[in-house]
Design a protein around this ligand. Structure first.
Ligand code: CTP
Length: 458
């Protein structure tokens, strides 16, 4: 008979400190074999912990290096604790007494023990002491400006205190109504010449390139609404400036940073639906992009919306080998586009975008064993279903989130800055280039047909 007593405990263990070590030592002293569950970054974000500095890998390594820890596992989802109790035949679940009562429900599976927490130390305190708050400025009074400010309040390591817009009166009205944003600038160079370390750009599409370039050259980290650039090689140029200046340049494609979206990619990696043969995604909007320019090139459904389906298709199917466009035009603009792409192994991407036509904004990923269905609006991924012919085997994944999802993107951006890491795994520079290429290819194929439009009435 095995008399070995197994203890399990969980935590984020960001910036491993003496409080963590003492807790783990005490936990080990309760038995013979200590399992530590380190929370995955994606799971932490889904439960609202947005400011963790170290990556999951780094935190796992630090715990693995401790003598009194026998096994390290990663906690990825809400009900995992109960599953682990059974899986590892756990005798004691131990946790700091800041959690008293919260895990009593686990008494059904094992004995729950709350251990004294060490006073005067925490990861939160260390983060505050070691990392200063990132000062951020907003460029452009866009549709999402207010939402961005509201969502940034949930990310503890950032403070937005300046805004730039060329429209002085609009700026004045905005800063008057916003206590936190004390400074408004109608001159971009002056705005950049302040102590802000990072810029979020949400202006008309065709201004993105030049505003990003100036910001990077002024030494600022940049988060910019998509698409980052509309001209050939412009994005590559911007990325090489970011590299030279050692600055983060990230596309504000919020879908890429949502916990459910990342969980979906993880599920696919396990091969759950077999070999993936097709990805189909629709994104339509009745909203017409505010027309700041007289250039048709900056408008149209493809330029405004294609980055979303391109993200899903690229993340799942990888590099695109061939691409075809079937568009519908009105007054020189593409009001819709059906974009069909061929990828590795012959798999197909089918993206449908439209402005001014409404359709079901869902997505389906089809494999040789089953499929994943993401209901509308799939780009605000919360729920997805893994389905098989035998419906009893089907699974539902649910990652509800508060707000409109911007906070995960802001958290990724600021934690890249804090970690001194330029590249996001969730949306790497090469992902950004691949996504941007789809609309560049479309613009290129349309070059001769482009008419310069006169300024539309607002
Ligand atoms: N812990 C402890 N003493 C401390 C801090 C943490 O005993 N001073 C324990 C917690 O009770 C938990 C484990 O260490 O059982 C992991 O906690 P974690 O939440 O990762 O650490 P914190 O420092 O509390 O992190 P944060 O400030 O981000 O909440």
């Amino acid at each position: 008979m095995n008399n070995k007593k197994t203890i399990i405990t969980y935590g984020t263990y960001d910036m491993l400190h003496i409080g963590h070590m003492k807790l783990l030592e005490r936990a080990k002293a309760l038995g013979d074999y200590l399992i530590v569950g380190v929370t995955d970054e994606n799971y932490d974000r889904s439960r609202g912990k947005l400011n963790v500095v170290e990556s999951t890998k780094k935190r796992v390594k630090a715990i693995e290096a401790l003598d009194f820890v026998d096994k390290v596992i990663i906690e990825t989802h809400k009900n995992q604790k109960a599953e682990d109790m059974v899986k590892y035949d756990v005798d004691i679940f131990a946790i700091g007494d800041d959690w008293v009562g919260a895990f009593d429900y686990l008494n059904e599976y094992t004995h729950v023990e709350y251990l004294a927490r060490t006073e005067g130390i925490s990861s939160t305190k260390l983060r505050k002491e070691n990392f200063s708050t990132i000062k951020m400025g907003l460029a452009g009074l866009g549709r999402d400006t207010q939402a961005f400010i509201a969502e940034a309040q949930f990310v503890s390591n950032v403070k937005i205190n300046r805004i730039y817009d060329e429209d002085f009166l609009a700026l004045k009205a905005f800063t008057k109504g916003n206590d936190e944003i004390a400074y408004g600038h109608d001159n971009y160079d002056e705005f950049l010449d302040t102590s802000i370390q990072a810029v979020y750009i949400d202006t008309s599409l065709e201004q993105h390139y030049i505003l990003i370039k100036k910001a990077l050259e002024a030494g600022k980290h940049v988060l910019c609404e998509n698409p980052l650039a509309l001209g050939k090689n412009e994005l590559k140029e911007l990325l090489s400036i970011a590299k030279k200046e050692k600055r983060v340049l990230l596309t504000a494609l919020k879908t890429a940073f949502l916990p459910a979206f990342n969980q979906l990619l993880k599920e696919l990696e396990t091969g759950v639906i077999g070999e993936i043969k097709e990805v189909r995604a629709t994104r339509t909007s009745l909203y017409l992009e505010k027309d700041y320019s007289n250039e048709f090139i900056a408008q149209g459904a493809t330029n405004i919306l294609s980055s979303y389906p391109s993200l899903l298709i690229h993340k799942v199917l990888g590099k695109c080998k061939e691409i075809k466009f079937f568009d519908q035009k009105e007054s020189g603009y593409d009001i819709s586009n059906l974009i069909i792409s061929r990828h590795k192994g012959g798999s197909l991407g089918v993206a449908r975008v439209a402005t001014g036509i409404k359709s079901e904004g869902d997505a389906v990923i089809s494999g040789t064993r089953g499929y994943i269905y993401i209901p509308a609006p799939w780009w605000l991924t919360k729920k997805f279903y893994v389905r098989f012919e035998d419906e009893h085997k089907s699974q539902t994944f649910n990652y509800e989130f508060e707000g409109d999802g911007l906070r995960y993107m802001i958290a990724e951006f600021t934690s890249l800055i804090q970690r001194g890491n330029r590249k996001s795994k969730k949306l790497s520079p090469s992902d950004m280039v691949a996504i941007n290429r789809v609309l560049l290819d479309y613009n290129e194929s349309n070059k001769d047909k482009i008419k310069t439009k006169n300024k539309k009435e607002r």
